[in-house]
Design a protein around this ligand. Structure first.
Ligand code: ATR
Length: 306
Protein backbone atom coordinates (compact mmCIF):
# COMPACT_ATOMS: atom_id res chain seq x y z
CA UNK A 1 0.00 0.00 0.00
CA UNK A 2 1.39 3.40 -1.00
CA UNK A 3 1.46 5.89 1.88
CA UNK A 4 0.68 9.46 0.74
CA UNK A 5 3.94 10.95 1.94
CA UNK A 6 6.45 8.77 3.82
CA UNK A 7 9.04 10.63 5.89
CA UNK A 8 12.57 9.47 6.82
CA UNK A 9 15.57 10.82 8.68
CA UNK A 10 19.15 10.98 7.37
CA UNK A 11 20.17 8.11 9.68
CA UNK A 12 17.57 5.87 8.08
CA UNK A 13 19.29 6.37 4.72
CA UNK A 14 22.10 4.08 5.91
CA UNK A 15 19.68 1.20 6.22
CA UNK A 16 16.72 2.21 4.14
CA UNK A 17 13.54 0.18 4.71
CA UNK A 18 12.13 -1.87 1.83
CA UNK A 19 8.91 -0.20 0.71
CA UNK A 20 6.24 -1.34 -1.71
CA UNK A 21 6.51 0.06 -4.29
CA UNK A 22 10.22 0.75 -3.72
CA UNK A 23 11.40 4.25 -2.85
CA UNK A 24 13.28 5.54 -5.90
CA UNK A 25 12.79 9.32 -5.63
CA UNK A 26 13.05 11.75 -2.74
CA UNK A 27 13.00 15.37 -1.70
CA UNK A 28 15.63 16.49 0.81
CA UNK A 29 15.77 19.61 2.95
CA UNK A 30 15.90 20.71 6.55
CA UNK A 31 13.11 21.01 7.56
CA UNK A 32 11.29 18.84 5.01
CA UNK A 33 8.15 17.60 6.76
CA UNK A 34 6.07 20.36 5.11
CA UNK A 35 7.01 19.41 1.52
CA UNK A 36 4.11 18.74 -0.83
CA UNK A 37 6.29 17.28 -3.58
CA UNK A 38 5.31 13.64 -2.84
CA UNK A 39 1.65 14.48 -3.42
CA UNK A 40 2.61 15.74 -6.88
CA UNK A 41 5.12 13.04 -7.86
CA UNK A 42 3.40 9.92 -6.52
CA UNK A 43 0.30 10.48 -8.69
CA UNK A 44 2.65 11.11 -11.65
CA UNK A 45 4.44 7.80 -11.04
CA UNK A 46 1.10 6.00 -10.87
CA UNK A 47 -0.14 7.73 -14.02
CA UNK A 48 2.95 6.54 -15.89
CA UNK A 49 2.69 3.01 -14.40
CA UNK A 50 6.13 3.30 -12.78
CA UNK A 51 6.55 0.93 -9.81
CA UNK A 52 8.31 3.37 -7.53
CA UNK A 53 7.51 5.93 -4.88
CA UNK A 54 8.70 9.39 -3.85
CA UNK A 55 9.59 10.05 -0.19
CA UNK A 56 10.75 12.90 2.04
CA UNK A 57 14.13 12.68 3.76
CA UNK A 58 15.38 15.18 6.31
CA UNK A 59 19.10 15.77 5.66
CA UNK A 60 21.11 18.05 7.98
CA UNK A 61 23.47 20.72 6.59
CA UNK A 62 26.89 19.28 5.71
CA UNK A 63 25.57 15.82 4.76
CA UNK A 64 24.31 16.37 1.22
CA UNK A 65 27.24 14.67 -0.52
CA UNK A 66 26.94 11.62 1.72
CA UNK A 67 23.18 11.54 1.25
CA UNK A 68 23.57 11.57 -2.56
CA UNK A 69 25.97 8.60 -2.39
CA UNK A 70 23.59 6.68 -0.14
CA UNK A 71 20.70 7.38 -2.52
CA UNK A 72 22.81 6.15 -5.46
CA UNK A 73 23.87 3.00 -3.57
CA UNK A 74 20.24 2.17 -2.87
CA UNK A 75 19.10 2.47 -6.44
CA UNK A 76 17.36 5.85 -6.26
CA UNK A 77 16.80 7.57 -9.63
CA UNK A 78 16.51 11.15 -8.51
CA UNK A 79 16.20 13.70 -5.75
CA UNK A 80 14.74 17.18 -5.39
CA UNK A 81 16.75 19.52 -3.22
CA UNK A 82 15.22 22.35 -1.22
CA UNK A 83 16.24 24.86 1.46
CA UNK A 84 18.99 25.01 2.69
CA UNK A 85 20.80 22.50 0.43
CA UNK A 86 20.70 23.99 -3.10
CA UNK A 87 24.24 25.39 -2.87
CA UNK A 88 25.78 22.39 -1.11
CA UNK A 89 24.22 20.18 -3.79
CA UNK A 90 26.10 22.05 -6.52
CA UNK A 91 29.41 20.79 -5.11
CA UNK A 92 28.12 17.28 -4.47
CA UNK A 93 27.25 16.22 -8.04
CA UNK A 94 29.52 14.75 -10.74
CA UNK A 95 28.10 16.73 -13.68
CA UNK A 96 26.53 20.20 -13.36
CA UNK A 97 24.10 21.37 -16.03
CA UNK A 98 25.28 24.75 -17.47
CA UNK A 99 22.20 26.64 -16.25
CA UNK A 100 22.61 25.26 -12.72
CA UNK A 101 26.29 26.28 -12.83
CA UNK A 102 25.31 29.78 -13.89
CA UNK A 103 22.77 30.07 -11.06
CA UNK A 104 25.19 28.49 -8.58
CA UNK A 105 22.51 26.15 -7.26
CA UNK A 106 21.24 22.61 -7.93
CA UNK A 107 17.65 21.71 -7.03
CA UNK A 108 17.26 18.49 -8.99
CA UNK A 109 19.53 15.43 -9.02
CA UNK A 110 19.28 12.64 -11.58
CA UNK A 111 21.24 9.45 -10.87
CA UNK A 112 22.22 7.55 -14.01
CA UNK A 113 24.48 4.50 -13.82
CA UNK A 114 25.83 5.71 -10.50
CA UNK A 115 26.73 9.17 -11.78
CA UNK A 116 25.17 12.27 -10.23
CA UNK A 117 23.77 14.92 -12.61
CA UNK A 118 22.69 18.28 -11.17
CA UNK A 119 20.04 20.59 -12.65
CA UNK A 120 18.20 23.78 -11.71
CA UNK A 121 14.50 23.98 -12.58
CA UNK A 122 13.82 27.51 -11.26
CA UNK A 123 14.25 29.35 -14.57
CA UNK A 124 12.77 26.70 -16.89
CA UNK A 125 9.82 26.26 -14.50
CA UNK A 126 9.22 30.01 -14.62
CA UNK A 127 9.21 30.04 -18.45
CA UNK A 128 6.75 27.17 -18.68
CA UNK A 129 4.42 28.60 -16.09
CA UNK A 130 4.35 32.01 -17.83
CA UNK A 131 3.55 30.20 -21.08
CA UNK A 132 0.72 28.26 -19.46
CA UNK A 133 -0.73 31.10 -17.38
CA UNK A 134 -0.55 33.86 -19.97
CA UNK A 135 -0.18 32.08 -23.33
CA UNK A 136 2.89 34.12 -24.15
CA UNK A 137 6.70 34.05 -24.10
CA UNK A 138 8.83 36.27 -21.87
CA UNK A 139 10.89 37.31 -24.92
CA UNK A 140 7.83 39.26 -26.11
CA UNK A 141 7.30 41.05 -22.78
CA UNK A 142 8.75 43.97 -20.88
CA UNK A 143 9.43 42.40 -17.50
CA UNK A 144 9.69 43.94 -14.01
CA UNK A 145 11.24 41.69 -11.34
CA UNK A 146 10.54 42.76 -7.76
CA UNK A 147 13.25 41.25 -5.56
CA UNK A 148 15.74 40.65 -8.38
CA UNK A 149 18.55 40.73 -5.81
CA UNK A 150 17.38 37.51 -4.12
CA UNK A 151 18.01 33.93 -5.24
CA UNK A 152 14.65 33.42 -6.94
CA UNK A 153 14.74 36.83 -8.60
CA UNK A 154 18.22 36.24 -9.95
CA UNK A 155 17.14 32.92 -11.49
CA UNK A 156 14.17 34.61 -13.19
CA UNK A 157 16.35 37.48 -14.46
CA UNK A 158 18.99 35.13 -15.91
CA UNK A 159 16.32 32.97 -17.52
CA UNK A 160 14.56 36.00 -19.01
CA UNK A 161 17.76 37.21 -20.69
CA UNK A 162 18.65 33.69 -21.91
CA UNK A 163 15.11 33.36 -23.31
CA UNK A 164 15.51 36.54 -25.36
CA UNK A 165 13.70 39.10 -23.21
CA UNK A 166 14.85 42.55 -24.35
CA UNK A 167 13.34 44.81 -21.68
CA UNK A 168 14.12 43.97 -18.09
CA UNK A 169 13.58 46.23 -15.09
CA UNK A 170 15.16 44.97 -11.88
CA UNK A 171 13.92 46.21 -8.52
CA UNK A 172 15.19 45.35 -5.07
CA UNK A 173 14.75 46.74 -1.58
CA UNK A 174 18.55 46.84 -1.29
CA UNK A 175 19.37 48.36 -4.67
CA UNK A 176 23.13 47.85 -4.24
CA UNK A 177 22.58 44.08 -4.62
CA UNK A 178 21.67 44.62 -8.28
CA UNK A 179 25.08 45.81 -9.54
CA UNK A 180 26.65 42.34 -9.78
CA UNK A 181 23.51 40.93 -11.36
CA UNK A 182 23.54 43.64 -14.03
CA UNK A 183 27.12 42.70 -14.97
CA UNK A 184 26.21 39.05 -15.10
CA UNK A 185 23.13 39.65 -17.27
CA UNK A 186 25.15 41.78 -19.70
CA UNK A 187 27.64 38.92 -20.09
CA UNK A 188 24.87 36.50 -21.13
CA UNK A 189 24.02 38.02 -24.49
CA UNK A 190 25.48 40.01 -27.34
CA UNK A 191 22.00 41.34 -28.21
CA UNK A 192 20.93 44.84 -27.13
CA UNK A 193 18.96 44.42 -23.91
CA UNK A 194 17.42 47.36 -22.07
CA UNK A 195 18.48 46.57 -18.51
CA UNK A 196 17.39 49.04 -15.86
CA UNK A 197 17.12 49.11 -12.10
CA UNK A 198 14.91 50.87 -9.60
CA UNK A 199 14.03 50.75 -5.91
CA UNK A 200 10.78 49.50 -4.39
CA UNK A 201 9.70 53.08 -3.72
CA UNK A 202 6.00 53.33 -4.58
CA UNK A 203 6.39 56.57 -6.52
CA UNK A 204 9.14 55.10 -8.69
CA UNK A 205 7.26 51.87 -9.26
CA UNK A 206 4.04 53.65 -10.26
CA UNK A 207 5.92 55.63 -12.91
CA UNK A 208 7.81 52.57 -14.18
CA UNK A 209 4.77 50.29 -14.45
CA UNK A 210 3.60 52.28 -17.46
CA UNK A 211 6.38 50.65 -19.50
CA UNK A 212 5.97 47.12 -18.12
CA UNK A 213 3.90 44.13 -19.31
CA UNK A 214 4.78 41.38 -16.82
CA UNK A 215 5.29 42.03 -13.09
CA UNK A 216 7.06 39.25 -11.18
CA UNK A 217 7.21 39.20 -7.39
CA UNK A 218 10.34 37.29 -6.38
CA UNK A 219 10.51 38.77 -2.87
CA UNK A 220 9.12 36.94 0.12
CA UNK A 221 6.59 39.74 0.65
CA UNK A 222 3.05 38.38 0.73
CA UNK A 223 3.81 35.20 2.61
CA UNK A 224 2.50 36.65 5.86
CA UNK A 225 -0.86 38.26 6.54
CA UNK A 226 -0.41 41.99 6.97
CA UNK A 227 2.68 42.32 4.72
CA UNK A 228 2.70 45.84 3.27
CA UNK A 229 1.62 45.94 -0.42
CA UNK A 230 4.56 45.88 -2.84
CA UNK A 231 2.81 48.03 -5.43
CA UNK A 232 1.00 51.30 -4.80
CA UNK A 233 -2.79 51.18 -5.04
CA UNK A 234 -4.06 52.05 -8.51
CA UNK A 235 -0.76 51.35 -10.30
CA UNK A 236 -1.81 48.11 -11.98
CA UNK A 237 -3.93 48.11 -15.12
CA UNK A 238 -5.98 45.30 -16.64
CA UNK A 239 -3.37 44.86 -19.41
CA UNK A 240 -0.67 43.88 -16.89
CA UNK A 241 0.28 40.25 -16.34
CA UNK A 242 1.07 39.58 -12.68
CA UNK A 243 3.14 36.63 -11.49
CA UNK A 244 3.56 36.22 -7.74
CA UNK A 245 6.14 33.53 -6.96
CA UNK A 246 4.72 33.43 -3.43
CA UNK A 247 2.04 30.82 -2.78
CA UNK A 248 -0.20 30.88 0.28
CA UNK A 249 -2.58 28.02 0.96
CA UNK A 250 -4.58 30.36 3.17
CA UNK A 251 -5.67 32.57 0.26
CA UNK A 252 -4.42 35.00 -2.39
CA UNK A 253 -1.58 37.40 -1.63
CA UNK A 254 -2.16 41.14 -1.59
CA UNK A 255 -0.48 41.41 -5.02
CA UNK A 256 -2.80 38.79 -6.52
CA UNK A 257 -5.76 40.57 -4.93
CA UNK A 258 -4.63 43.86 -6.48
CA UNK A 259 -4.30 42.19 -9.89
CA UNK A 260 -7.69 40.51 -9.65
CA UNK A 261 -9.22 43.80 -8.52
CA UNK A 262 -8.33 45.54 -11.79
CA UNK A 263 -9.04 42.50 -13.97
CA UNK A 264 -5.37 41.77 -14.68
CA UNK A 265 -4.41 38.16 -15.46
CA UNK A 266 -2.36 36.57 -12.69
CA UNK A 267 -0.49 33.43 -11.59
CA UNK A 268 1.01 32.38 -8.27
CA UNK A 269 3.71 30.14 -6.84
CA UNK A 270 1.61 26.99 -7.18
CA UNK A 271 1.97 27.23 -10.93
CA UNK A 272 5.75 27.42 -10.51
CA UNK A 273 5.84 24.45 -8.14
CA UNK A 274 3.86 22.36 -10.61
CA UNK A 275 6.01 23.12 -13.63
CA UNK A 276 9.24 22.71 -11.70
CA UNK A 277 7.96 19.30 -10.62
CA UNK A 278 7.15 18.39 -14.20
CA UNK A 279 10.65 19.36 -15.36
CA UNK A 280 12.23 17.23 -12.60
CA UNK A 281 10.08 14.28 -13.65
CA UNK A 282 11.24 14.70 -17.24
CA UNK A 283 14.90 14.74 -16.16
CA UNK A 284 14.30 11.39 -14.44
CA UNK A 285 12.08 9.60 -16.93
CA UNK A 286 12.21 11.50 -20.23
CA UNK A 287 9.14 12.28 -22.33
CA UNK A 288 6.42 14.60 -21.14
CA UNK A 289 5.44 14.56 -17.46
CA UNK A 290 1.79 13.64 -16.69
CA UNK A 291 1.01 17.25 -15.82
CA UNK A 292 -2.70 16.85 -15.06
CA UNK A 293 -2.10 14.01 -12.57
CA UNK A 294 0.51 16.21 -10.88
CA UNK A 295 -1.78 19.24 -10.87
CA UNK A 296 -4.67 17.29 -9.33
CA UNK A 297 -2.40 15.81 -6.65
CA UNK A 298 -0.96 19.19 -5.76
CA UNK A 299 -4.26 21.06 -5.77
CA UNK A 300 -5.95 18.40 -3.65
CA UNK A 301 -3.27 18.55 -0.99
CA UNK A 302 -3.11 22.35 -0.99
CA UNK A 303 -6.89 22.69 -0.86
CA UNK A 304 -6.89 20.50 2.24
CA UNK A 305 -4.60 23.03 3.92
CA UNK A 306 -6.69 26.10 3.13
P1 ATR B 1 15.22 33.56 -2.22
O1 ATR B 1 16.50 32.85 -2.40
O2 ATR B 1 14.07 32.65 -1.87
O3 ATR B 1 14.89 34.49 -3.32
P2 ATR B 1 16.46 35.59 -0.60
O4 ATR B 1 17.70 35.38 -1.35
O5 ATR B 1 16.52 35.73 0.89
O6 ATR B 1 15.41 34.43 -0.87
O7 ATR B 1 15.74 36.86 -1.23
C1 ATR B 1 14.64 37.42 -0.70
C2 ATR B 1 14.25 38.64 -1.54
O8 ATR B 1 13.11 39.22 -0.95
C3 ATR B 1 15.33 39.72 -1.60
O9 ATR B 1 15.24 40.39 -2.83
C4 ATR B 1 14.90 40.63 -0.45
O10 ATR B 1 15.34 41.99 -0.56
P3 ATR B 1 16.78 42.44 0.01
O11 ATR B 1 17.77 41.99 -1.02
O12 ATR B 1 16.69 43.89 0.15
O13 ATR B 1 16.95 41.72 1.33
C5 ATR B 1 13.41 40.58 -0.64
N1 ATR B 1 12.68 40.97 0.57
C6 ATR B 1 12.55 40.27 1.71
N2 ATR B 1 11.77 40.94 2.59
C7 ATR B 1 11.40 42.09 1.97
C8 ATR B 1 10.57 43.21 2.32
N3 ATR B 1 9.98 43.28 3.52
N4 ATR B 1 10.41 44.21 1.42
C9 ATR B 1 10.99 44.12 0.21
N5 ATR B 1 11.78 43.12 -0.21
C10 ATR B 1 11.97 42.11 0.66
Amino acid sequence: MRVASPFFTFDQLHNFPVLTPPARLAVIGDPIAHSKSPQMHNPALMARGIEAQYVRVQVPVGHVREAFRLFADQGFLGVNITIPHKFEALDAVDVVDPLAARLGAVNTLAIREGRLYGYNTDGPGFLRSVREAFGTEVRDLRVLILGAGGGAGRAVAVQCVLAGCRHLLLANRTESKLAALLDELRSLTTEAVALETCSLDHGQLAARLVGVDLVVNATSVGMKDGDAPLLPAGALEDRHLVYDMVYRASGPTELIRQAAGVGARHADGMCLLLHQGAISFEHWFGGEAPLEAMRTGLMTTLAALA
